[in-house]
Write a protein that binds this ligand. Structure first.
Ligand code: GAR
Length: 201
């Protein structure tokens, strides 16, 4: 049916997030004006996360789940039932189980607030990362967008951008610079990926 194939040419993005959701908001806004893809779901594992209010305000359905749902395949089934083409992690802090990685091969991406492979791994998220970068005396930090595998922050890199670490930086000031970099680049990198994807059967 012509109408149905037209509908399926709009790629379906799900965002998973645990926190404030500023990246999620940028992504939703970016794709709201796009004919080729749409954010159709915001999945979240933290009932008090700011991202839930942002999704509500922007009219995107949200899905609250817990750690067991992620481990036992419930989240995977939800994403498959919604025929999600690309899963975009935006400040999502849990490990993605191998079954979910395998169900979405090269269809799960993450953004990390540092220049991987440095400053990655378990426990390295948000301000912990910026604190470690400053403590190590780095003069440069940045962002890494990468495919997700079953280990924290180890999937193939897709994109990096850098910014200076300035004398006197605190985790807060560095986080603000990194967030600006994320907001400037994540939607465009996701758009390029999603355009190149073959349609999900
Ligand atoms: C972002 O800086 C993102 O890179 C980071 O969490 C922040 C979420 O901000 N992710 C990680 O640290 C993952 N290891 P947001 O909720 O405002 O988008």
């Amino acid at each position: 049916m012509a109408g149905r194939s037209h509908l399926r040419s709009v790629k379906r993005i799900a965002i998973l997030a645990s926190g404030s959701g500023s990246n999620a908001q940028r992504l939703i806004e970016h794709f709201a004006g796009s004919a080729g893809a749409q954010v159709v779901l915001v999945g979240c594992d933290q009932p008090a996360a700011g991202v839930l209010q942002r999704a509500w305000d922007l009219g995107v359905p949200s899905y609250l789940f817990n750690a067991a749902d992620l481990r036992n395949g419930t989240v995977q089934r939800e994403l498959q039932a919604l025929r999600i083409d690309l899963v975009v992690l935006a400040g999502f802090l849990r490990l993605i189980p191998a079954d979910l990685v395998n169900a979405f091969p090269e269809r799960i991406v993450n953004i990390h607030p540092a220049l991987l492979p440095k400053f990655g791994g378990k426990g390295m998220y948000g301000h912990n990362v910026h604190h470690a970068v400053i403590a190590a005396g780095e003069q440069e930090s940045g962002i890494t967008i990468h495919y997700v595998n079953e280990r924290y922050d180890e999937g193939e890199h897709l994109f990096q951008a850098t910014c200076p670490v300035l004398p006197g930086d605190t985790p807060d000031t560095l986080a603000a610079r990194i967030h600006a970099l994320e907001h400037a680049h994540y939607p465009a990198v996701v758009e390029k990926l999603v355009r190149a994807l073959p349609p999900t059967p």
